[in-house]
Design a protein around this ligand. Sequence first.
Ligand SMILES: NC(=O)c1ccc[n+]([C@@H]2O[C@H](COP(=O)([O-])OP(=O)(O)OC[C@H]3O[C@@H](n4cnc5c(N)ncnc54)[C@H](OP(=O)(O)O)[C@@H]3O)[C@@H](O)[C@H]2O)c1
Length: 300
Amino acid sequence: MTITRLKALITGGTGQVGTELIRRGDCCHFDIVAPNRAEINLLNESDVYSQLNSIRPNIVVNSAAFTAVDAAETECDMAFKVNRDAVRIMANSCNLLSIPLIHISTDYVFDGTKAGSYKETDLICPIGVYGRSKEAGEAIVRELLEKHIILRTSWVYAAHGNNFVKTMLRIGKERQNLNVVNDQFGAPTFAGDIADAILSIAKKVLEHDALEFWGTYHYTAKGRTSWKDFAEVIFETASTWLPNKPYVEGIPSSQYPTAAKRPANSVLNCAKVDSELGPPRRHWREGLDEVLDELKNELR
Ligand SMILES: NC(=O)c1ccc[n+]([C@@H]2O[C@H](COP(=O)([O-])OP(=O)(O)OC[C@H]3O[C@@H](n4cnc5c(N)ncnc54)[C@H](OP(=O)(O)O)[C@@H]3O)[C@@H](O)[C@H]2O)c1
């Protein structure tokens, strides 16, 4: 079936990925409907069901989540409410109305001890509350809804929202030296690239409606780096317009205690998504160039 125009309902439209989805929707075959918190209560089953029933999207993209990894350690109830209970409500409503769901998940479902990159079939074993709450959300989607895509991604950043790139630029303005951990590895992924991938995947699964497409996939930018090397590339790339280029010192995670432990290895193997769904996927440096270009004018 060839489809010309599709309707996607997006949750978390004010977040990094949600904002990029809304930006792209109209030029990518999709009409995007993105109700905010005041317009849809994701924790209220009848509200979610009745909104889906009246909007009747072709697909739902769930990018709403409790993403504050450290805060999740003390706000465990809220993390599970948003990352598990709201997901149950959404998956249940989607199932009742036969609407497929693309649900975003995270590298933090893994413990980070594997030597190579993580495949979809590797054992999940989260080491913090955030990861456990996302693991619970994944399990519910699989249990309640056949027509689902779970897309695990990592180290998300954009020109808007709270993220490592913006934090580095902010504190880099004020300091000559920065300590950044050099023993955690992953693939920094521009939220805009995730949005492009989601829309490409959504179009493909809706056009083909083939059973073999549904399931769990890893999607990140190409390449891998450490937070320390990522910070250095940020400052190097922005050096022509930053007032100051700080020296970045690599330190072990043990010297930078945080409320939540992070996996040392967050690198996700994306071979499955490449071969089966083939969404666009760039090197992390390309996404970074785009975001820094956007930030240049704001921060100068
Ligand atoms: N950020 C990362 O580094 C990262 C890494 C791997 C995977 N992921 C996953 O990628 C997805 C998107 O992440 P992101 O970075 O775009 O998230 P984000 O910028 O933190 O945005 C989260 C979104 O969720 C919404 N939200 C949170 N609690 C809600 C509630 N109770 N009711 C309604 N909406 C609520 C927020 O709305 P308000 O603006 O109203 O608060 C916001 O729109 C998430 O599933 C996340 O787990 C993120």
